[in-house]
Design a protein around this ligand. Sequence first.
Ligand code: AMP
Length: 515
Amino acid sequence: MNILDKIHETAVSKSERMAIKSEQESLTYGELDAASDRLAVWMKQNDPEGTTPVIVYGHKNPYMIVCFLACVKAGRAYCPQDISIPESRVRDTIESVHPSLIFAVEGEVSVVASEHAGRIVTLHKIREIVQTENGSYDRSWQVSPEDVFYIIFTSGSTGKPKGVQITTDCLNHYLDWSVNLGSTSKEKEGAHFMNQAPFSFDLSVMDLYTSLASGGTLYTMTKEMQGDYAKMFAFFAESGLHIWVSTPSFADMCLSDKKFSKELLPELRVFLFCGEVLTTATAENLRARFPDAKIINTYGPTESTVAVSDVEITDGLLADTVAGGKSLPVGSAKPGTWLEIWDENGNSVAEGTQGEIVIIGDTVSVGYYGREDLTKKSFLTCERGGKNWRAYKTGDAGYLIDGQLYYNGRIDLQVKLHGYRIEIEDIENNMVRLPQIDHAVVIPNVKEGKVYSLTAFVTGTKGGQSDHEFAKGIKEGLKQFLPSYMIPKKVRYLDTIPMNNHGKADRKYLGGLVS
Ligand code: AMP
């Protein structure tokens, strides 16, 4: 599959079909293809020497997609940044990328204005370019298979996000598989896909590009709609969705309203889940409310291009899993991928034995942008089937039975909270940037393998404040460094942090205080 060719083919054969529909406006395949060609021409003329990735800042505007495609058509990688990311984190990213060009589609331009960045192009100018540019587009400019297509930044334990680089080849191999998830690519033609995740999360790649690769229409749901049940349910009623893509947490939130059922979404055929544990309770609830829709659980980190395994949660599998008091599997490997379980010496363990999940194959990232040190720690090369492949040590714990992968938590301090990937040290390192805090230890509140909230234990200067005032001040202060989902729900002041025998914070003891 070549995603750019696919989009172009649909633009030629079904030019009037909607590619993206948002609250504000919609773009057909013909418009999307032509607009991205024109913007690519403009990029070639106005930033001819530019080689850096291009930052695309905004929320759910269809013109973000025009910018993504224009970048790769002009041979440049793009890096999406959602407007909900705090300014200081956007600035960290800009500082590490040094973009010669930024497309500021939505949000405050002042957030992306930086001495480390070149020209900023706003939506007004982008519209002008796509209406007036008349140079002709040259396909030879587009990214080659080994070039980086996009960079998605994710929580990093140092306190600064790290950029995962996904090549054109990785994306195309991923799409060869994802277009057939839950239904064939032919059946997906013209289907309505739901976009829930912001484009700065790799889950959005599952809906955006699977939809574009199969000639579907992407329905984007804004953050504002997601924060208002009436608006969200109006979106469901109007969209006529066929394919649902979200984290299980988002589906759980929708399930809390009785209206979320087949009557609301009569055309829904497939639930595609990724990113966190799908519990049997969520799956049972969905089976009852949407008896005709398939539920597909997929697994994978951003570093392996969204997902690398899938399993359909049939009634039989669900009943057996519940009866056995077990967890649902996360699936078997997609073609072109090997899923292995290694011990700490890098040896494969016996079937059914727990170890670290290692992903080897054709969708593994080339590493973290500008971070050779971090890349070396987690990525390696492995020979399989007579060829060398990139491999990624996930840090996930799991085991394999009959080719089915089971996920069983992490071997480090990364967590998933409401579907968001968070390095606990990322929060701790940002907490100590506040002058009131000397030492911070963040503890997840875990029930049945799922994280429900975070509690921070801190030492420092309370300055005569009550516990409540102190915690409120800390949470307020953290907003400048961290997105809201990373801010601990509770902040507890301690005179000292308890230490274990190794002289490290006693996370086990503190865990006992939050459960
Ligand atoms: P992200 O890079 O945000 O997609 O997060 C990747 C991490 O999410 C993985 O390393 C796992 O820890 C977790 N994850 C992804 N898919 C699943 C799944 N189906 N079940 C449980 N955890 C998952």
